[in-house]
Design a binder for this molecule. Structure first.
Ligand SMILES: [Zn+2]
Ligand SMILES: [Zn+2]
Length: 400
């Protein structure tokens, strides 16, 4: 009797609170990695291939800790990319409302998984070996049951609570937060046709899935962090597996490259500018606006510090986030500085060229060529230099 009570109280480990907490975070993080690395980046988008042993471990672990079937997960997610923000999107906050996607993401997933036609159509190429047919797909519930038994063995009665938390935790973060908030709130690097957002620049907690706007811009890229200040822990793991010979990266998003001596902007320039709009505008601020500001401040004899930092920054986006009073101050600042005014006007014009999607590629290219020609005719050195660089912008794969 005592032995049984003793077992129920602490299982085989008799771990304290800290031990249980560490265990919980380790197992849930392993699940997050299995989802982002295996189900998402490898199986769904084919951005990376894992060594069969590691791939199988991920498959086993996602079965054991969530009971999700690879084919279903892949199909539902591919359909999300294919039908993003339409009424056929399995989990668009635009259609279902943010609360439904955030809190009831699992229900949406379950409904989507009953659509066998879509599962067959979008789930092509997923594992269909003996163990998949006889164990993982056939007895999806056996996985979480095995997890439950393991938890009880390790922690006694506490294993029940740990299992319950596990079953809430993963769906909430993976389905609710990524699919919900990741299409609803955050910042955007890329003007993708959907509403995908990056939640935080540091994808640390949800395996890098935080960078959901980047992911929608380059779905088959194994790497989600695309700006210098961004971090993707999933990519760090892939690099580690690669070093150990356990992973092969198949695709990485192209980065912005500059071809020397390109006389006129071409289709390649346009493609690069459109996919890296945000970076182009940042380049413009650093390469044109900031040096102009410094030069004008020096000429006026009162240094750059005389202009508040917030106003200086705002010049980079046309004062988009300023309140009215500050915007007026910004206008006054520009008013008496003709060179600064010119470079700010050119910034606004460039932004318009890149945002106007209606005229098609040819019209856009035409406006861009005009922009370059006029920019170089201003006689403003920094502007002309930027224009020459811009003509040569191209996409280059960050790695093979
Ligand atoms: Zn999405
Ligand atoms: Zn995806």
């Amino acid at each position: 009797m005592n032995t049984i009570l003793d077992f129920l109280n602490g299982g085989l480990t008799h771990a304290g609170w800290l031990g249980k907490l560490i265990y919980f975070f380790v197992v849930t993080q392993l699940t997050i990695f299995a989802v982002t690395l295996y189900l998402h980046r490898s199986q769904t988008h084919r951005g990376v291939d894992f060594h069969p042993v590691l791939a199988h471990w991920f498959r086993f672990w996602s079965w054991m800790s969530t009971g999700m079937i690879t084919k279903e997960w892949v199909a539902i997610h591919r359909k999300h990319h294919a039908k993003c923000e339409t009424d056929e999107d399995p989990h668009s906050p635009k259609f279902f409302g943010i609360n439904t996607v955030l809190w009831k993401g699992v229900d949406l997933y379950r409904v989507a998984s009953t659509d066998t036609t879509a599962i067959e159509k979008y789930g092509l190429g997923t594992p269909n070996d003996w163990i998949e047919r006889h164990v993982y797909s056939r007895s999806a519930y056996a996985g979480p049951t095995l997890m439950f038994v393991t938890n009880i063995l390790l922690f006694g009665i506490w294993g029940v609570a740990i299992s319950a938390l596990q079953m809430i935790w993963i769906p909430f973060w993976a389905a609710g937060v990524v699919n919900g908030i990741g299409h609803w709130w955050g910042y955007r690097n890329f003007e993708t046709a959907d509403m995908a957002t990056n939640l935080t620049p540091w994808g640390f907690f949800i395996g890098g899935e935080e960078l959901h706007n980047n992911h929608h811009a380059f779905p088959s890229s194994a790497k989600f962090a695309l700006r210098r200040f961004e971090f993707d822990i999933g990519w760090a793991a892939i690099r580690l597996f690669e070093m150990l010979g356990l992973a092969k990266v198949l695709r990485v998003a192209p980065s912005l490259d500059v071809r020397p001596n390109v006389q006129l902007p071409d289709a390649e320039t346009l493609k690069a500018l459109l996919s890296h709009k945000f970076e182009v505008m940042t380049d413009y601020f650093r390469g044109v606006i900031a040096p102009t500001l410094r030069e004008e401040a020096t000429n006026a004899g009162n240094g750059i510090a005389a202009i508040p930092r917030r106003l200086r920054r705002a010049l980079g986006n046309g004062g988009r986030w300023l309140d009215n009073a500050s915007r007026e101050r910004m206008a006054a600042l520009v008013e008496h500085r003709p060179t600064l005014r010119t470079v700010c006007d050119f910034r606004a014009r460039l932004a318009t060229v890149l945002e106007r999607n209606s005229g098609g590629a040819e019209a856009m290219l035409h406006s861009l060529t005009e922009w370059c020609r006029e920019a170089e005719a201003t006689g403003i050195h920094a502007l002309a230099e930027f224009s020459a660089r811009l003509r040569g912008y191209a996409l280059s794969p960050a790695r093979a």
